[in-house]
Design a protein around this ligand. Structure first.
Ligand code: TMP
Length: 218
């Protein structure tokens, strides 16, 4: 088998706060295992010791926080380490990678909601991670009322520096994700996240069925 044909598939799960990505990522990895596909479950920011250290700096920043460009650079630096040390080696070894957030989070949060623009994020990603894209980006979208309900349970003990931003910021994040998905329907699949976790899982499985069928050809 040549190297190209044995590369694993790279799937990113994206969405705003409280959309159920982490639950769905874990369900997906289990479902793939049941089909005989070994997949690594990972997340951003994080996934390597260095990137997890940067995660702590981003979510619990020093006094005064980061300016918008420094924040984008830190996300890009964490991603660079994650791609180089974990994602690429796994894909090259034929394993799948299921990642809870990837560069489209930087596009929606820092580029869209944060106002840096898409070109700035693309430039950072080109330098940091050689522009690596997932084979498929699964965008889970949840109505604002449902998100508020879920976050009041999840963040009862307080939210982090980014999750705790204004409702207007998070509305811009959701709009940015929707615009990215509209612009690139070949890259994104949009999932109705208001449904039960089981129903959302079934939608995601249906959306990646073609990758499972051609699984050695990502
Ligand atoms: P998490 O809580 O989903 O793990 O994500 C941590 C926070 O970081 C969440 O508020 C989204 C934010 N984030 C960005 O702003 N840009 C990024 O590139 C990534 C990966 C996450």
């Amino acid at each position: 088998m040549n190297k190209e044909s044995s590369r694993g598939c790279f799937i990113a799960l994206e969405g705003g706060e409280g959309t159920g990505k982490s639950t769905q990522a874990a369900l997906l990895v289990d479902a793939l295992a049941n089909r005989g596909i070994e997949a690594e479950l990972t997340r951003e920011p994080g996934g390597t010791p260095g990137a997890e250290a940067i995660r702590a700096l981003l979510l619990d920043p020093p006094e005064g926080g980061w300016n918008a460009r420094a924040e984008a650079l830190l996300f890009a630096a964490a991603r660079s380490d994650h791609v180089e040390r974990r994602i690429k080696p796994a894909l090259e070894a034929g394993r799948w990678v299921v990642c809870d957030r990837f560069v489209d989070s930087s596009r929606a949060y820092q580029g869209g909601a944060g106002g840096l623009g898409d070109d700035a994020i693309a430039n950072l990603h080109g330098f940091g991670s050689e522009g690596l894209r997932p084979d498929l980006t699964v965008l889970i979208e949840v109505s604002p009322d449902k998100v508020a309900e879920r976050l009041s349970e999840r963040d009862a003990d307080g939210s982090d520096a980014i999750g705790g931003r204004s409702a207007a910021y998070h509305a811009r994040v959701a709009e940015s994700f929707a615009a990215l998905a509209n612009e690139d329907p070949a890259q994104f699949v949009r999932i109705d996240g208001d449904a039960s976790p089981e129903a959302v899982h079934m939608q995601i499985l249906a959306a990646i069925e073609h990758l499972i069928a051609e699984r050695q050809q990502c």
